[in-house]
Write a protein that binds this ligand. Structure first.
Ligand code: C2O
Ligand code: CU
Ligand code: CU
Length: 491
C-alpha cells in the first residue's frame, strides 16, 4: 500500500508544475523551475579611480526613487547604490589603500557600514557615522585582512531594516594576491548570490512590515541579486558561488535539489583551512559562505533552500524555496581542482585565563539592556583574544560583531560543523542555545568611537538588540569614559 502510493507520486511528479508540487516526496527539477527564465543579474564591478598615492577611490551613491523590474509587467519602487537596486560589487586586495566617497541622495539620513571589514571605528559606518541627505562621507583605510566575501549596508539606528529591505546592500570582495587558485572569473565561474526574501503587494511594490512580528519580515518571494526566478548559465566544470544572506530575518539551508555535495571553501571572514564537503550550508542574515560546485555538461541543476527537518526545526520559520536554476553548457571549460590547502588558518586555542564576557540574549535585549548610543558597554584591549559567551534565553537570534574575526568554539557544548569552523563575524544562535566564541580583536584603538555587536535579524537590531564596544590601548581600560557626550539616550 505504502509502496504503491509512493510509486504513483513519483509518476505524477514528473508530469507538470500545474498539478501542484507534492511536498512529501522529492520534487523533480522540471516541476520546480519551469518559470526560472530570468537571467541571473550579476552586480557590476565598481570601477575605482586610481589615486596618485596608489589608493583606490570608490564613489558610492545611496539613491531613492529607483524603478526596478522584478515581477513580470510590474515596476517596483526601490532604493539602490549607484543604481536602482542593490549596489555595485567593490573589489580590492589585501594591502590596498581604499578611499570611499559615500554620497547620500536619500530623502533621509543613513550610513554605510562595511560589514566584515577590519578598520578604525570612525570608518566603520555604524550608527555614529551618519550621512545627512546631500552629504558625502569619505572614510579611508588600508585593507589588512585575508581574502573574504564582505558586504556593505546602511546602519542607521532603528532604521536599518527599512533601508536594507528597500535595496541598499552590496558586496565588498577582498582578494589576496597570495591566495589559493580558486575559480575567480567574476560573473563567470566566481558568482555572487545575494539572497533576499520579499513580500510583494498586488501592484508589485515591496510590502510587509519589516518592523512587526517577532522576527520582522519573512517574505514568500526570493530575489537573488535582485533577480526574480533567476537562471544562470554555467560555462565551466566548477563554479564558485559566494552566498550572502542579505535578508532581514530569514535563515536558509542552501543546497541542491538532487542532494549533490559541494565544497565549502570560505566562511564570513575568510577561507577555510581546507575544503569541507557537505550537501547543505546554513546561513542566517549577514552570514556568507563560499562554495565550489561541479556541473556535468548539459545538465540542469537546482539550487534551493530546505527548512530543517521537523525534529531540529527552529522556531524561526525557514521554509522551502528554489533559489536558482543552473543550466550547464553543452561543453564546459575545465576547472582546476580545489586545492587541498586553502591557506586559511586553524583556530588558535584561546589562552588559559582569556577574558570571558557573557551576553544574555532575550526578546530583544542584551544583558537586560536596550541599545543606548551614549553608553559604552564593553571596553576591549587592542589585539585581545577573548571568549564571548552567548546565552540565548528565548527564540532564535544571531550575533554579529563589528571589526573582528571570531571562531565558533561550541554551540550547546558541541563543536560547530567543520564548514562553520573558519573565520566568521556572524553566527546563528538557535533558540535557548549557548554559543561560545573565541574573538580576536584588532589593533585600531579609539576610546571615543564604538563598534557595534548585535543581533543581525534586522527587526531585533532596530528594536535595540545591540551593544557598543571600544578598542583601547591595553592598560588604559579603566580610564575610558563609559558615556559618550553628545548622544541622547534612546529608549
Ligand atoms: Cu551587517 Cu552591524 O552589521
Ligand atoms: Cu558589521
Ligand atoms: Cu534577534
Amino acid at each position: 500500500m505504502k509502496r504503491r502510493s509512493l510509486l504513483s507520486l513519483a509518476a505524477l511528479s514528473g508530469l507538470s508544475a500545474a498539478v501542484g508540487a507534492c511536498s512529501a516526496g522529492p520534487r523533480t527539477p522540471s516541476a520546480d523551475v519551469a518559470g526560472f527564465t530570468n537571467q541571473l543579474r550579476i552586480p557590476p564591478l565598481a570601477r575605482p579611480e586610481a589615486g596618485v598615492d596608489g589608493s583606490k577611490r570608490f564613489a558610492l551613491e545611496l539613491r531613492a526613487g529607483g524603478r526596478s523590474r522584478f515581477l513580470p509587467g510590474k515596476t517596483t519602487e526601490t532604493w539602490g547604490i549607484n543604481g536602482a537596486y542593490l549596489g555595485p560589487t567593490v573589489r580590492a586586495a589585501r594591502g590596498d589603500r581604499v578611499r570611499m566617497a559615500v554620497t547620500n541622495r536619500l530623502p533621509e539620513s543613513s550610513t554605510l557600514h562595511w560589514h566584515g571589514m577590519r578598520l578604525p571605528a570612525r570608518m566603520d559606518g555604524g550608527p555614529h557615522q551618519m550621512i545627512e541627505p546631500g552629504a558625502t562621507w569619505a572614510p579611508e583605510w588600508t585593507i589588512e585582512q585575508p581574502a573574504a566575501t564582505s558586504w556593505f549596508h546602511p546602519h542607521p539606528h532603528e532604521r536599518t531594516a527599512r533601508h536594507v529591505y528597500r535595496g541598499l546592500a552590496g558586496l565588498f570582495l577582498i582578494d589576496d594576491p597570495d591566495g589559493p587558485r580558486l575559480p575567480g572569473d567574476y560573473g563567470v565561474d566566481d558568482v555572487p548570490l545575494i539572497i533576499q526574501d520579499k513580500q510583494f503587494d498586488g501592484d508589485g511594490q515591496f510590502s510587509g512590515n519589516v518592523d512587526g512580528g517577532t522576527f520582522g519580515l519573512l517574505g514568500d518571494t526570493i530575489l537573488v541579486n535582485g533577480t526574480y526566478l533567476p537562471a544562470f548559465q554555467a560555462q565551466t566544470e566548477s563554479v564558485r558561488f559566494r552566498l550572502l544572506n542579505a535578508s532581514n530575518a530569514r535563515v536558509y539551508r542552501v543546497g541542491f535539489a538532487d542532494r549533490r555535495s559541494f565544497q565549502v571553501v570560505g566562511s564570513d571572514a575568510g577561507l577555510l583551512e581546507r575544503p569541507v564537503t557537505v550537501d547543505r550550508v546554513k546561513i542566517s542574515p549577514g552570514e556568507r559562505a563560499e562554495i565550489v560546485v561541479r556541473f556535468a555538461a548539459g545538465e540542469t541543476a537546482v539550487l534551493d533552500s530546505r527548512g530543517e527537518p521537523a525534529e531540529q526545526a527552529n522556531d524561526i520559520e525557514e521554509g522551502d524555496f528554489v533559489l536558482l536554476k543552473i543550466v550547464a553548457g553543452a561543453a564546459l571549460k575545465p576547472s582546476p581542482e580545489v586545492p587541498a590547502a586553502l591557506g586559511g588558518t586553524a583556530p588558535e586555542p584561546p589562552p588559559a585565563g582569556a577574558r570571558v564576557r557573557r551576553f544574555v540574549l532575550s526578546g530583544s535585549e542584551i544583558n537586560d539592556r536596550d541599545m543606548d548610543m551614549s553608553r559604552i558597554d564593553e571596553v576591549v584591549p587592542a589585539g585581545a583574544l577573548e571568549i564571548w559567551e552567548l546565552d540565548n534565553t528565548t527564540y532564535a537570534h544571531n550575533f554579529h560583531i563589528h571589526e573582528v574575526a571570531f571562531r565558533v568554539l561550541e554551540v550547546n557544548g558541541q563543536p560547530p560543523p567543520a564548514y562553520q569552523a573558519g573565520p566568521k563575524d556572524t553566527v546563528f544562535v538557535p533558540k535557548l542555545a549557548k554559543v561560545r566564541l573565541a574573538v580576536r580583536f584588532g589593533r585600531h584603538t579609539d576610546p571615543l568611537t564604538p563598534y557595534m555587536y548585535h543581533c543581525h535579524l534586522l527587526r531585533h537590531e532596530d528594536k535595540g538588540m545591540m551593544g557598543q564596544f571600544v578598542i583601547v590601548e591595553p592598560g588604559t581600560e579603566s580610564r575610558v569614559p563609559r558615556t559618550l557626550a553628545g548622544h541622547r539616550h534612546h529608549n
